[in-house]
Write a protein that binds this ligand. Structure first.
Ligand code: PSU
Ligand code: MN
Length: 298
């Protein structure tokens, strides 16, 4: 194992004994949700993973190390006093070399989790092609890393603040296998899905089986999507998003946090509630898939 990978005692012993592990990003706790929602949700996410018999592993960068699994006290402190920058996969080398703290996005988390040998990762909604890409090209590193790494990523689809149509085209071009869990349409994070994309499965075991084929045939993982437990109508979301889109910075790391914070404010916190619900539901499904993959069956 590379010397910059630093699993907690719990994660290291789960790895050694073959206990299922669910990798988690830290960007959602640091740049996404605010105190106390981040800490409350982080605890619920970890709890549902444990209830299924798996071990949660939040990924976080500090002191020249990639940490896997933060103890409750460290995670609470991080949520209360967020620090560190938002790290995409390409930011990892500099973050380690400078020993600066950083929170991992989907792309950085996937790469780090792969280096440690983890198989399953849970998030909220993945990044993609931003609206207005025709004028200013902005394409999340999340998509490229989904295509390059070999984990199961469990999500509520792609973020509705994106150009969803263009993002689906990108998923197709990058040949990322998409498995819909118990839904006929491809979900859009806060919003229910309206487009048919990917293949439907109704059992975590079937997803585990399709993932095994994905690894064998494509040498990579897959994107699992499920509907959020509660959602917001696209009409309402677009009403809130409208003014935010006019003021959003052109490109850069701020775009996604800006838009998500904008809709959280415009909706008087409703999107935060929906986000929390889907993060917990995704963690549960990820843990179920991790358990199906098991020690000797992955
Ligand atoms: N959730 C949030 N805010 C965020 C993110 C998640 O509420 O900023 C992170 C996720 O980790 C996702 C990333 O991977 O934003 C996508 O950002 P970008 O579009 O810049 O690639
Ligand atoms: Mn971007």
């Amino acid at each position: 194992m590379a010397d910059f990978l630093s699993p907690s005692m719990e994660v290291a012993s789960a790895l050694a004994s073959g206990q299922p592990i669910v990798a988690l990003e830290s960007s959602v706790w640091v740049q996404g949700l605010a105190w106390p929602h981040n800490w409350e949700t982080a605890q619920q996410v970890e709890q549902v993973i444990r209830e299924q018999g798996a071990v949660p592993a939040v990924i976080w960068v500090e002191d020249g190390l990639i940490h896997f699994g933060l103890g409750a006290a460290s995670l609470e402190e991080l949520c209360k006093n967020p620090r560190g920058t938002k790290l995409n996969v390409a930011d990892l080398p500099a973050a380690l070399a400078t020993r600066q703290p950083g929170a991992t996005t989907v792309s950085a988390s996937l790469r780090a989790a792969e280096l440690l040998g983890l198989k399953v990762f849970a998030t909220g909604g993945v990044g993609g092609v931003h609206r207005g890409w025709q004028d200013h090209f902005d394409f999340s590193a999340d998509l490229l890393e989904l295509a390059r790494t070999s984990l199961v990523t469990v999500s509520a689809g792609v973020k509705c603040v994106l150009d969803v149509e263009a993002t689906l085209e990108a998923l197709e071009t990058l040949a990322i296998p998409v498995f819909r869990y118990a839904t006929d349409t491809f979900p859009e994070f806060f919003c229910p899905g309206s487009r048919v994309y990917g293949n439907r499965f109704d059992e975590p075991e079937q997803i585990a089986q399709a993932y095994r084929f994905s690894r064998q045939i494509l040498g990579r993982g897959c994107l699992v999507v499920q509907e959020p437990p509660s959602s917001i109508s696209p009409k309402l979301l677009h009403k809130w998003l409208h003014k935010g889109l006019a003021q959003v910075p052109k490109g850069g790391k701020e775009v996604t946090p800006f838009l998500l914070q904008w809709v959280a404010k415009a909706s008087a916190g409703l999107t935060v509630e929906v986000n929390r619900g889907l993060l917990i539901a995704n963690a549960r499904l990820a843990a179920q898939i991790a358990v199906c993959l098991g020690e000797n069956r992955g």
